[in-house]
Design a binder for this molecule. Structure first.
Ligand SMILES: [Zn+2]
Length: 442
């Protein structure tokens, strides 16, 4: 599988002149809508299961519904909320940063264009634009590899997607009481393919070729060739779809959508060695058991062969323990009357042990890792151990970059909540430290 990111500096230096930048509005128009019995339609294309995609049939259906496509001025923003538009975004971007062909609603277009800072230029990768390469990954196809050592938190790439389409499409053709769910599904797949044809058709020839060469594992389920590639390579991020690098349950990188630059940021979640393969996770929860992870990955058409999945017994047990790390942490209040200071025994050593477990499982990307790094930073600060404090401050800041470095609405809200909670915790900690130092313990 070739990597999905193609809209980078290397591929967009020559922007074809004929690229459309006008918006296209899809309007149902006036006139009667014919109700079509899809049972007959489905028989013609070979039954209900795995029916081949009959795009001609959809053309006919769409014509009967009088779907009109018209070109609009791309600067218009007053489209109705639920009107679907094909638009190139950002319309006025630096050509080096590239543009995305988007199929979005009027509401979504306003949300994109009105986002504070949009369209900002893309940030440059920490280790330069040539810090990674695409190369054969044994047993998997093409993968992304590091060209140099990278540090936790480094920006590996920031790229605009080639295409942005909605996760779900509503069927445009009215269903009759005889319509089966499978027919409905086939119809939506036809619509998706039609939309993809329009979007891909607006890309430069170079990008079109690159898109068509991407791997497609949806060849047997009624997906058309273009939508099949999309289903194979795209992942959902907040309101958008975006392409990705390989999945692992021990990812060394994480992706976040950044609305002001309309791009996807990929950052290192731990230090990466030169020539190491760069991976992210396709899963929303890495702490679920191996069998469950494999089940969730089945739609991508592959079995994960990472170190964790290869040793399910030990890995599942470790991840079960790590699940508990997400639970609220209460600063140890028990202060022994005598003996060694409690900070090492009650805070630092258990946290170091837990952080080692997360590192062994390759889980530096999870939220608990950042929380624990911050806890160590605070603990060592109290002990006056400057070297260790600095080390964990760096890890904590790098983790924050990965988690909150990108700026989309959902992340901003979460960051606010996180900040409030952190302030509360810090206040509580300070009070505890004060109490402890009054009692002569450090
Ligand atoms: Zn795995």
């Amino acid at each position: 599988m070739k990597r999905g990111f193609l809209n980078n500096a290397k591929t967009t230096k020559t922007v074809k002149k004929a690229v459309l930048t006008a918006d296209i509005e899809r309007d149902s128009g006036p006139g009667t809508v014919n109700v079509i019995d899809l049972a007959a339609q489905s028989k013609e294309v070979g039954g209900l299961k795995r029916a081949p995609v009959a795009l001609d049939g959809l053309d006919e259906l769409l014509q009967q519904k009088r779907i009109i496509h018209k070109e609009m001025d791309s600067s218009l923003l007053d489209h109705p909320d639920d009107l679907w538009i094909i638009t190139t975004q950002p319309a006025t971007a630096d050509e080096l940063d590239g543009r995305s062909e988007c199929y979005v609603s009027g509401r979504a277009k306003r949300a994109i264009v009105n986002f504070p800072g949009f369209p900002s230029s893309l940030p440059r990768p920490t280790n330069g634009a040539n810090c990674w390469r695409v190369e054969n990954s044994p047993g998997k196809g093409m993968g992304v590899f590091a060209n140099c050592d990278m540090k936790q938190g480094d920006l590996i790439m920031a790229e605009r997607p080639l295409l942005v389409i909605p996760a779900m499409m509503e069927p445009m053709i009215p269903m009759t009481m005889h319509t089966t769910p499978e027919q409905m599904r086939q119809l939506v797949l036809l619509q998706q393919e039609k939309t993809m044809e329009m979007l891909v058709g607006r890309l430069t020839e170079e990008d079109q070729k690159a898109y068509r060469e991407l791997y497609n594992c949806h060849t047997e389920d009624g997906s058309g060739p273009l939508f099949g590639v999309h289903r194979t390579n795209a992942l959902e991020v907040s309101d958008y779809f975006e392409p990705v690098v390989y999945s692992s349950c021990r990812p060394n990188a994480a992706r976040e959508w950044d609305s002001p630059t309309f791009s996807l940021h990929l950052r290192a979640t731990r230090n990466i060695k030169k020539d190491e393969e760069i991976t992210i996770t396709y899963l929303s929860d890495l702490l679920i058991p191996t069998a469950e992870r494999q089940y969730q990955l089945r739609s991508y058409g592959f079995q994960c062969g990472c170190e964790a999945c290869s040793n399910p017994t030990s890995s599942d047990a470790n991840r079960k323990k790590i699940q508990k790390f997400g639970e609220p942490f209460f600063q140890p209040m028990a202060i022994p009357r005598s003996g060694p200071p409690p900070l090492m025994d009650l805070l630092i050593n258990p946290t170091l042990r837990d952080i080692k477990l997360m590192e062994d499982e390759g889980l530096e990307s999870i939220k608990a890792y950042g929380d624990y790094a911050g806890r160590l930073m605070n603990g060592y600060m109290q002990l006056g151990n400057k070297t260790e404090e600095k080390k964990w401050r760096r890890a904590s800041v790098a983790h924050k970059l990965v988690w909150w470095g990108a700026r989309n609405t959902a992340i901003k809200e979460a960051a606010e909540a996180e900040k409030k909670q952190k302030e509360m915790m810090e206040k509580m900690l300070e009070e505890t430290w004060a109490k402890m130092s009054r009692m002569g313990v450090n």
